[in-house]
Write a protein that binds this ligand. Sequence first.
Ligand code: GLA
Length: 738
Amino acid sequence: MKQTRMKTFPAIPFLFASIWGACIPGTAQNHVDPTGPVFRMDGGNVTYAFGVNERGELQQLYWGGRVAASDKIEPAHSDPEWASFDSSYNNTPQEYAGWGSGLYMEPALKVTFADGVRDLVLHYVSSSKPADNALDVVLKDISRAVTVTLHYRMDPESGILARSATIENSEPKPIMIEQAAAAAYSLPAAHYTLEYLSGRWAGEWTLNSETIHQGQRVLESRRGTTGHQLNPWFAIGKDDADEEHGDTWFGELAWSGSWRITVEQDTLDKVRVTGGFNPFDFGYQLKTGEKLETPAFYTGYSDHGYGGASRLMNQFTVTHILPEAPNPRPRPVIYNSWEATEFHVNEAGQEALAVKAAAMGADRFVMDDGWFGQRKDDHAGLGDWYVNKEKFPNGLKPLIDKVHSLGMDFGLWVEPEMVNPDSDLYRAHPDWVLNFPGRPRLEERNQLVLNLARQDVRDYVFGFLDKLLSENQISFLKWDYNRNWSEPGWDQMPPDQQKEVYVKFIQNLYWVLAELRKKHPGVEIESCSGGGGRVDLGILHYTDEVWPSDNTDPFDRLSQQDGFTRAYPAQVMMAWVTDSPHWANNRSTSLTYRMLVSMQGSLGIGGNLNKWSDEELATAKRLIASYHQVQKTITQGSLYRLISPTNGSEFSATETVSPDKSQAVFFAFVHSTQEGRSFPRLQLLGLDPAAEYALTSIEGKTLPGTPEHASGAWWMNHGVDIDLHGDFQGAAFRLDRR
Ligand code: GLA
């Protein structure tokens, strides 16, 4: 028989009301109930509430649009048993359920005790005094000394809630954690649609939409890293929620290792979303007195559909997640030489490209792969981070000086966590790679993964990067990661601790990034993993931007950007203009079209400038200059996806409005018009209806009769007609408040 403890609750604030502001504790809703405390968090347009039920379990009470401060949230009562097959423990929307007591839903935490017991039932113990919109709640197993501290922090502006958990073992013997989530969130029975992002190399950011049915939909990576296949983001819309309307819940995990989000509908049609470490092949031994911290799971709610959800999340990322939050500087327009020269870099060739890039108006010159070790192609050199003397006989200084003299800063490509077997590093330390001794080591792109979980590897990686940055005037690192894990063994550890590699590798990655930033505060970093294989809120806490995809075909990019911006802001979405025809689809497009597509994100140029005509160089220069004038609005403003390019749409359009609504920039694209069809009239969104805005063309024309200036109400209600026909054509306009 399960022991159920009846509790007396310590004195705690019964109303955890707002946080950073708006709702004042101590109003009529402040109540004491014999059943147990109620915690309430309000921020933005969101209220989140949970309480302790009569058994002592922590139970979610509400998550959705903000309710009035005067509304009383009833104390928690567990949901009843439905039948002998569906216990109350299973049916109750627990905040953080241990696997035990007949739980069939996804557990938040599953452990095995030293004596083989695998039953864990977590009950409320205490809570911290709420401060800074944050609250800690402590749970403990009903008989054993395992505690979980749940951390809650709600952003007062957006209502975005960050949750994570710290698990502590105070048992006399170690416990094995087999599964640990950051948090679980629940929604009542209703009709829901799940949206998520999937992909593959060169095909990231596909938006999927499907009805939530009974059972689980698992979004995950087992790859040791975030992965191209699925991104740790979800959105759930209720009933007919669409781009701009309806109840939408969303969330993102801040973790760059193997992760999992399960979205499941229980037998009574309620939905629970659980996210954290991927339990597949997971095992973390917690010795007496040790703790394990989970990553954070950020979630939010919007009543403005999927568009509203992404605007909240993207604004939050810019103002709270990025290393330079709340005011990250707009990304310098980069020129990157990868597609021009690939591995064949040398001083003269890079300098020639730098001259052209500077003339065009680039702010930053980045030399990509090929500059180090014996790197002639992807067969050798990774791990040997010294400058290749044949290519750069005088080191990097002459090139860096040249780049600086041209008025740009200098960036460099590195792939710190990898090694080629053909390298001095591997020959010296064959034991430094992830592997199971005596078993084959799968090479992908001819490389192996260094086991960054090891302290000596971590120190080596930090050491060479620190040296590189100390000895050279480098402003930017493109930090690449070109394969996923295989055979993830760590044979220097006892067998029951080897799986900790899943946690410690990523912790050390974050450590290296944090220490580098501390020691070299001017240096910015891009997260790249063969394109968009490592994009998540965890890495974005330490990196300023990401590379969304190696596929820069502009038409493909339209859809990718549509998907990407659902989860991440244009501020971090690097978008290069490369050459045409593009290798991915052998598609030819004009430079203007390619520029306009990339100008919707953080613009870069990645083509072979030696082949660009004077006219093309002039077009790029003109559009870079226009871009600079509106870049902050585009990359840090509120994005409205007016017409999505997905599902075979002939047209697409985006609009971004600056936070103070003084400026809006909108882009329109046609794939291939048919039968002379006109571009749909664009009714803009998010403007100040009473303000007067002047319309200026960045590229392209509106139809005759379009006013030069009009009220926000006019642009939003009447709309604007754009003159756009043909194949792969684009246009861009700005509205400025007068
Ligand atoms: C990855 C990146 C590319 C480029 C190459 C260099 O594929 O995504 O942009 O840097 O590596 O090897």
